[in-house]
Design a protein around this ligand. Structure first.
Ligand code: LLP
Length: 414
């Protein structure tokens, strides 16, 4: 079921027409559906059935406090990658004992903050990090629960910038080194080996690479068990893709069933770290057409959203479906949909057939993940407002930034 769909010739989020959102809160705005978010989380949760599991939503996909809070209320854990995300998750009511901390560059302060919050597990990515974590934990008189993020050297067959499980990537530790590092961790006085972790990339549209990585991780896990290093949980990372256009990614159910089958009879809790597949299709970017511009070679729809709001097309050549909020009487033409920013890379879509007029509203679909969380203030543009629609109610969950706030921390020379 789609919670962002047409009703009476107009795109709605749940029961709210998007034109009403634009009237009340202006554009550009991100609009999310609470029901869509909930359904995506529950798809994963139900797929596990009775199997012990923890879904750690990857906060980086969309870290708005209200989104984090909705998920925390559903029982979600969180995958974080910075001290900032730790603070956000705690501020949103997330349970520290359901937080895993990933990332190759955790600073001293971040490790301390994680230990002070008593998070569930650090996903350690290098020997140096293991050494640093042991030292800090000893200094604080704490024990750090750890997993090693292993790099299974699997080609995730996705965009190279978001492929993370190959030997040449900066992530995780190689299989060749994993065993000796586990032995070290096992012997360290202030570390407690809890799990094993991997993550091979994002927007994965095939099950095979995920299955190959899972098999390799479970093989290593058996070796560890044979050595007397007991593992309580296996974290298979995130990465399941969504439909932006013509993709047909595996369902949450297929993904989870594959994981449960791979783990088999071993008594282990399964963790996953999905981001995009929870929030991506639960949100859109609502934007208004400022100008239609008919050039010598191309036609342009100039909208009020730009690459600072959604940088995925510019950065990854990503495709987002763009559609009018209401069907229009205008004749259709082929357009590049561009923003006001002074770069040719500032486009949201290219060569799109659209029937639009100046002043019309457009929806950039599948913009719940890695859109607002990657936005910037380039060109001194205020970041967009964010709203959550819950049945008939519109909730402003982040107001549009004021321009003054953008330079409030800057000072003139004396
Ligand atoms: N766990 C770890 C350790 C990760 O690095 C990531 C994403 C996830 C989980 C969540 O992956 P997901 O389920 O969302 O695929 N900005 C890019 C995506 C970057 C993903 C980075 N890591 C984009 O817009 O496509």
């Amino acid at each position: 079921m789609s919670f962002i769909a047409d009703r009476d010739n107009e795109l709605h989020a749940e029961n709210v027409a998007l034109s009403r959102v634009a009237e009340k809160f202006g554009t550009p705005s991100f609009v999310y559906s609470r029901a869509a978010l909930t359904a995506a989380f529950e798809d994963y949760d139900k797929a596990f059935g009775d199997h012990p599991h923890l879904i750690c939503y990857a906060a980086k996909a969309n870290s708005n406090l209200a989104i984090l809070n909705v998920l925390a209320q559903l029982g979600s854990g969180f995958d974080i990658v910075s001290g900032g995300e730790l603070k956000r998750v705690l501020a949103a009511g997330g349970d520290p004992r359901k937080i895993v901390f990933s990332g190759v560059g955790k600073s001293e302060a971040e490790l301390r903050d994680g230990l002070a919050a008593d998070i569930l597990c650090f996903n350690v990515e290098s020997e140096s990090e293991l050494t640093r974590l042991q030292r800090i934990a000893a200094d604080m008189g704490r024990t750090a629960r750890v997993s090693l993020r292993v790099n299974p050297d699997v080609d995730a067959r996705t965009h190279p910038y978001i492929s993370t499980g190959l030997r040449q990537n900066k992530f995780g530790v190689g299989f060749a080194d994993a065993l000796s590092l586990y032995r070290r961790a096992h012997q360290a006085s202030n570390l407690e080996v809890r799990g094993i972790d991997c993550h091979i990339g994002s927007q994965l549209t095939e099950l095979a690479p995920l299955a190959e990585a899972a098999r390799k991780v479970v093989e290593l896990l058996d070796q560890l068990t044979d050595e007397g290093i007991s593992i309580e949980h296996v974290d298979f990372g995130g990465g399941l893709g969504i439909r932006y256009g013509e993709e047909s990614p595996p369902s949450a159910d297929e993904f989870v069933r594959m994981l449960v089958d791979t783990v088999g009879q071993r008594s282990l809790s399964i963790q996953i770290e999905p981001g995009r597949s929870i929030v991506g299709n639960a949100g859109i970017l609502l934007t208004r057409v400022e100008y239609l511009k008919h050039g010598e070679e191309k036609n342009f729809v100039v909208v009020d959203a730009a690459m600072n709001d959604l940088m995925r097309p510019a950065l990854y050549q990503a495709h987002h479906t763009i559609r009018p909020v209401r069907t229009s009487a205008a004749t259709s033409a082929t357009y590049d949909v561009v923003g006001p920013i002074c770069e040719t890379g500032d486009f949201l879509g290219q060569a799109r057939t659209l029937a639009v007029q100046e002043g019309d509203l457009l929806a950039v679909m599948s913009a719940g993940a890695y859109a607002m969380s990657m936005s910037s203030n380039y060109n001194t543009r205020s970041r967009a407002a964010e709203l959550i629609i819950d049945a008939d109610a519109m909730h402003l969950v982040r107001k549009r930034e004021s321009v003054e706030a953008l330079y409030a921390d800057e000072t003139l020379l004396p």
